[in-house]
Design a protein around this ligand. Structure first.
Ligand code: FES
Ligand code: FE2
Length: 423
């Protein structure tokens, strides 16, 4: 249990807050590359409690600047992209990607007033079909080239804006027992109501032992389930949680929009067969959160998580009231993660460099992460075969699972095409 003040310190991300300062030491995904094109060259973005405009100039340069024009405050998301930057729609002031005003068409010839006008601007970079932003002090660290982002593959990205604080989403990744209930027993309950036959439901092995270790990129979580031993990959290799706000493989970025909202970006990249060229770009899909009855849906895995995270904060502006919780022995991963957050906030306050920041290009070519499922491409282990919902052939999903999150999934499309070609 935390005090209300401790809870605020861990959850608030605005400028000048301890957690906001820690979060500003990392790159965060804010959009898919495909979301900024000739038809939609600008996008309003809110990140770490700050409103911003992301734009792509007429020659493809990306900029991320404050949204209100310095002149008389018109919103630059309605601006016109030019080679040098974005031109305000109201009186035509032009800003480059650094936020510097470089043209004021109605000012007298030779005026140097524009040199005194500069908007707040942040760095942006693209990797693996996503656009990342960095809002911290200079020099900016390297944008981490985590394996899934750096290899060519069937890329797939889903993003959802959740009305809850980011910490609920992240604590879930240190909460290994929830899979057994939320996705296992509760998932089976929901799928049964939608007509799933009993032999298609998950078998739900019980967690016998949980372990958590701090490593160079964050925390490795381990577990032994019924039928497994200490030699099983679930224990021996484990699964990485990347500090401060990513669940790895597939990467789930929990990006704090502000204290009460989180951009959840789920990103996968399945390695390509040798004869398949890498797709140029990835689309970004927005899986539904609410059903027609206004309730949070639960018929796909992420939605089950979303239900838990959002409802944890429903009584308090999206932030779970940790001053009222009762942590148990099985919550030891959450306790470790909170301790690590607290230590790293203090480290930043003392002028230090926090965990999992990259500055050496030689170590950032492709960051290979440990993952108990790395062998999945070669075939699932028997326990995972029985644990997963029975797969449909050729990339199809069973009718009791909501198809929305799978729309446009490159790997499933490939499987379907291959099956069609074989018949
Ligand atoms: S408000 Fe933008 S140029 Fe006047
Ligand atoms: Fe989950």
């Amino acid at each position: 249990m935390l005090t209300s003040e401790q809870n605020e310190r861990l959850t608030q991300v605005g400028p000048g807050t301890p957690m906001g300062e820690l979060m500003r030491r990392y790159w965060h995904p804010i959009a898919g590359s495909a979301q900024l094109n000739d038809d939609n060259p600008t996008k309003e973005v809110r990140l770490l409690g700050e409103d911003l405009v992301l734009f792509r100039s007429a020659v493809g340069k990306l900029g991320l600047i404050e949204p209100s024009c310095a002149h008389r405050k018109a919103n630059l998301s309605y601006g016109i992209p030019e080679p040098e930057g974005i031109r305000c729609a109201y009186h035509g002031w032009l800003y480059d990607v650094n936020g510097q005003c470089v043209d004021q068409p109605s000012e007298p010839e030779g005026s140097r007033f524009k040199e005194k006008v500069k908007l707040k601007a942040y760095k942006v970079q693209e990797l693996g079909g996503l656009i990342f932003a960095y809002m911290g002090p200079e020099p900016a660290p390297l944008l981490p080239r985590y394996d899934v982002l750096a290899w060519d593959g069937f890329r797939d990205s889903h993003s959802t804006i959740l009305p809850c604080n980011w910490l609920q989403c992240m604590e879930n990744s240190l909460d290994s027992t929830h899979s057994e209930y939320l996705h296992g027993h509760q998932g089976n309950y929901v799928y049964s109501m939608k007509g799933a036959p009993s032999d298609a439901l998950r078998t739900v092995p019980h967690n016998l032992r949980l372990g958590f270790d701090i490593f160079e990129y964050g925390i490795i979580k381990r577990r032994i389930m019924e039928g497994e031993t200490e030699e099983s990959a679930d224990w021996k290799v484990g699964h990485p949680v990347l500090f401060p706000n990513i669940l790895s493989s597939p990467n789930q970025f929990r990006v704090p929009i502000d204290d009460g909202h989180t951009l959840h970006v789920d990103y996968t990249s399945t390695p390509l067969p040798d004869d398949v060229p890498a797709p140029d770009d990835i689309a970004v899909y927005h899986p539904p959160l609410y059903g027609e009855d206004g309730r949070i849906i639960r018929d796909y895995t992420f939605a089950q998580d979303y239900m838990a995270w959002v409802t944890q904060g429903q009584r308090s502006d999206g932030v779970a009231q940790r001053n009222l919780e009762k942590l148990a022995e099985s919550d030891k991963g959450i306790i470790l993660y909170r301790r690590l957050l607290k230590e790293q906030m203090q480290l930043v306050a003392d002028g230090g460099e926090p965990l999992n920041v990259f500055r050496d290009p030689a170590k950032n070519v492709r960051i290979e992460l440990p993952d108990e499922r790395k062998g999945m491409a070669q075939g699932l282990t028997s326990i995972r075969k029985t644990r997963n919902v029975q797969r449909y052939p050729a990339g199809e999903m069973p009718p009791w699972i909501n198809p929305a999150p799978w729309a446009g999934n490159g790997y499933r499309d490939y499987l379907k095409q291959r099956a069609a070609a074989a018949t």
